[in-house]
Design a protein around this ligand. Sequence first.
Ligand SMILES: Cc1cc2nc3c(=O)[nH]c(=O)nc-3n(C[C@H](O)[C@H](O)[C@H](O)COP(=O)(O)O)c2cc1C
Length: 296
Amino acid sequence: MTPTAKQLPAWVDQLRNLLNKNMKENKDLISYALATQGPERQPRVRYVVHRGFVNERRKEGDGSQNLVADDDKNDLISDKLVVTTDTRSPKARQLAAAPQIELAWWMAATQHQFRVVGNAYILPSSAFTKHDSSEPRTTGNDGANTSSDKISFPFPEKELSPYDGFNWEDERIRQFRKMSPELRASFYRPVPGTDLQDADLKMEDLPEKLPEGVEEAESEEQKKQVEQGLSLRQDRYLLRSPQLMSYYTAALKNFALIVIDASEVDLVDLGSMPNTRTQWLRKRDAADWEEKGVVP
Ligand SMILES: Cc1cc2nc3c(=O)[nH]c(=O)nc-3n(C[C@H](O)[C@H](O)[C@H](O)COP(=O)(O)O)c2cc1C
């Protein structure tokens, strides 16, 4: 049966529209501060880049088998925000232990602040979670890292999906493929946050870029040939050099999505006079939201 797009809360449309306006003025406004809980429940915060809502895509033909829109041409997205990260990073460990987050996003061009409270979940590579601790540990940075492979990452797949039967591994790979070659290469590096001196691999020996076949093409004709053979699960889009190919595979293994399930959204508009402030609260055990104006 063809899925039908979910009714999205009003804040999703507001966020998408405001982000469009802000991005036209300044591309850096795509980042927000994401706070998690440290092991002693202390706040930890860092900037991250908004990578859209789950399955938010402009077109088909990007290799993902997931559907873009329903029969009435409504986008099959959910109201869950996506961030990309390294499964081995401290924030991934923090979220595995405590999913509670808050984010603050200042959209300076239009003078709006979004704050979102909710839970965030790590979607790692399936290869990553299947790693069996009885297997011998690899000493190199081949993706079987030293700090996270015994961690389990709870991921309430069904609640986070835009429709039943959504393929999460396709979504993860789609996001990895959208990264720049430089960013992809960062997922091959030693464990983030560990001492540079302890790293088995020297940073200067690692590739600076992990391009794909399309990005490596030397002519328009070659590019077309690669694109024609494009399929998410085929190696044809990948690299010609076996060495780079193995880096690519290891980097993809470390790559994870953070999926944010909001329960409260607070929007302050400092651009209007008088200022306005709107809050949305998700009703307990329900998909619908309550909206109210509050004093700024
Ligand atoms: C503007 C900006 C955007 C960033 N985006 C991300 C991101 O999307 N994902 C990420 O893991 N780190 C991102 N970082 C790096 C993080 O802020 C942080 O330094 C790093 O991920 C380590 O965080 P952790 O120790 O809390 O895991 C970004 C940093 C800046 C300054």
